[in-house]
Design a protein around this ligand. Structure first.
Ligand SMILES: Cc1ncc(C[n+]2csc(CCOP(=O)(O)OP(=O)(O)O)c2C)c(N)n1
Ligand code: SF4
Length: 500
């Protein structure tokens, strides 16, 4: 039905009319969100968003970029842009579109990334994001629809509201003494070094819409050619909130907005070559400050096939228990064994004795995110952490709990649990501080995720005092022996597979 309608429009002109303009194929055939009116957008009659959408869709089509475009929708009246554009779509939280666009472009540099925002979104809650994206010269295209008001939420004052303009939050008209002056985003961004292209256009008459068309196209061409950050501010009618007929609203753009926001190309320059955002590659020995010879030796020792593609570990406990340090040690071991690694700490202001945890990823591939939702292993160094994180462990995963038994009232988690009194064992060795190393030994012995030899190599580079080194060596061995003697032998294993 929808296809037929489209074909009719394009191929079968009726009543002597020739079709010169039809819906761009960059739009979906039907807009599913609308139950009954699936050929229409949700925008009010005369709204500038609809025109801006058309200009963008047509430019994408003409440049042949549909298959590699990702559109970042904002919050505001254009929040549903993803119902219209038949491209990759992401919807960002209020104000964050340029930050999302940055992340998408950096992870998928061959994609065309469009960030689209209104003035409340971009110039109020999102001021920081747009300024920094522009200042970094991100190779993305930003379309900024300035209608001088918050449209979606019913007409609150925006940073671009004119002096004297009434809004629900400036009922007497904007007064600079109280609400400040309108923000000129195009001018503001063009004071920065990095942007390639900054232009302000207006959707006020056909001539200016054609100018806007060229600006939209140019901003996309810039990104396609890798020249850097492009920003097009589009002065746009909002007949509904302004309380005007569509034609009058267009006239108001020309008569009231343009004098305050002059139309201009504020920046148009092509940098020689856009600098790469890929960080300089450093060798493992350089990062870890170990000699290349040592590194080669570790790699040789570690030249065993890791049994995983990704392995994720969460270490949790009190600050001061060596929670974060254990994570760092595991991460460094992973590096020495030639893996990609990440370490993400999380702790409150009361790091000493407050709760702390960290996420460790070991991977044979680049790591997408250092955040772990469902770790393969949880090392719970206290009861609070066990209760808090036990149910997050991935099915078939493992919990190492720093006590000799689980709390009686704990619902057994869906993971194998090994209770190991690591703190007591460390005490017996002469230092509670090596509790984390006892647990590390148990982890390595039980999971074989990394080699004990690598662990000792890392510990030796960290600890210079001979006595301390010795305690650490004993702690590592104690953790490993516990697994071998107490768990593997089965002395404390429960029939249901849980080891207490
Ligand atoms: C974090 C957050 N704060 C506030 C809101 C409420 N909100 C939704 S749209 C909007 C204003 C949008 O105005 P603008 O960006 O100018 O877009 P327009 O609707 O005019 O196109 C606000 C404040 C929200 N959704 N999220
Ligand atoms: S309220 Fe204004 S900005 Fe929102 S859809 Fe209607 S005319 Fe467009």
């Amino acid at each position: 039905m929808a296809d037929d309608a489209k074909t009719l429009l394009v191929e079968a002109p009726r009543n002597g009319y020739e079709v010169t303009h039809s819906k761009s194929p960059v739009f979906y055939d039907t807009f599913e969100r609308k139950g009954d009116l699936q050929q229409q957008t949700h925008y009010c009659p005369g709204c500038g968003h609809g025109v801006a959408h058309k200009l963008i869709a047509e430019a994408i089509e003409e440049l042949g970029l549909q298959d590699r475009t990702i559109f970042v929708s904002p919050v505001g009246c254009s929040v549903f842009a993803y119902y219209y554009f038949d491209v990759g779509n992401v919807q960002a939280a209020h104000g964050r579109a340029p930050a999302c666009a940055t992340a998408i472009k950096r992870t998928c540099p061959d994609k065309m990334v469009i960030s689209y925002q209104g003035d409340g979104d971009l110039a109020a809650i999102g001021t920081a994001e747009i300024v920094h994206a522009a200042n970094r010269g991100e190779n993305v295209t930003v379309f900024f629809v300035n209608n001088a008001i918050y449209g979606m939420t019913g007409g609150q004052m925006a940073p671009t509201t004119l002096v004297g303009q009434k809004s629900t939050t400036s009922p007497w008209g904007r007064r600079p003494g109280n609400e400040g002056y309108p923000l000129h985003m195009a001018e503001l961004l063009s004071t920065l070094e990095a942007p390639t292209y900054v232009e302000r256009v207006a959707l006020c008459d056909n001539k200016n819409i054609m100018k806007a068309r060229r600006a939209v196209r140019k901003a996309l061409e810039n990104q396609r050619d890798g020249t850097g950050f492009s920003f097009v501010e589009i002065l746009s009618p909002c007949p509904t909130i302004w309380g005007k007929e569509p034609v009058d609203a267009r006239r108001w753009v020309m008569e009231k907005l343009v004098p305050v926001f002059p139309l201009n190309v504020f920046r148009d320059r092509k940098p020689e070559a856009s600098e790469s955002t890929i960080p300089p590659q450093r060798t493992v020995s350089d990062v870890l400050e170990i000699s290349a010879k040592d590194e080669a030796a570790f790699r040789k020792v570690a030249d065993h096939p890791h049994h995983f593609r990704d392995y994720t570990i969460k270490v949790a406990g009190f600050g001061g228990q060596g929670v974060l340090l254990l994570g760092q040690l595991l991460t460094e071991m992973g590096m020495r064994e030639g893996l990609d690694v990440s370490w993400l700490p999380s702790y409150g202001p009361e790091m000493r004795s407050g709760s702390a945890h960290c996420h460790v990823c070991l991977s044979k591939e680049r790591i997408g995110s250092p955040l772990i939702s469902h770790p393969d292993v949880l090392i719970a160094m206290n009861e609070i952490s066990l209760r808090k994180f036990a149910n997050q462990v991935a099915p078939g995963g493992l919990i190492l709990y720093n006590r000799d038994k689980l709390p009686a009232d704990l619902v057994p988690p869906q993971a194998r649990v090994i209770c190991i009194p690591a703190s007591e064992m460390a005490d017996k060795l002469g230092s509670t501080k090596v509790t984390n190393i006892v647990l590390m030994g148990a982890l390595l012995e039980e999971t074989e995720c990394l080699l004990p030899e690598t662990a000792m190599g890392v510990i030796e580079t960290k600890i210079k005092k001979v006595e301390l080194l010795d305690v650490n060596r004993q702690a590592l061995a104690a953790g490993r022996n516990f697994i071998d003697n107490q768990v593997r032998v089965g002395a404390v294993s429960q029939p249901d597979g849980f080891a207490y």
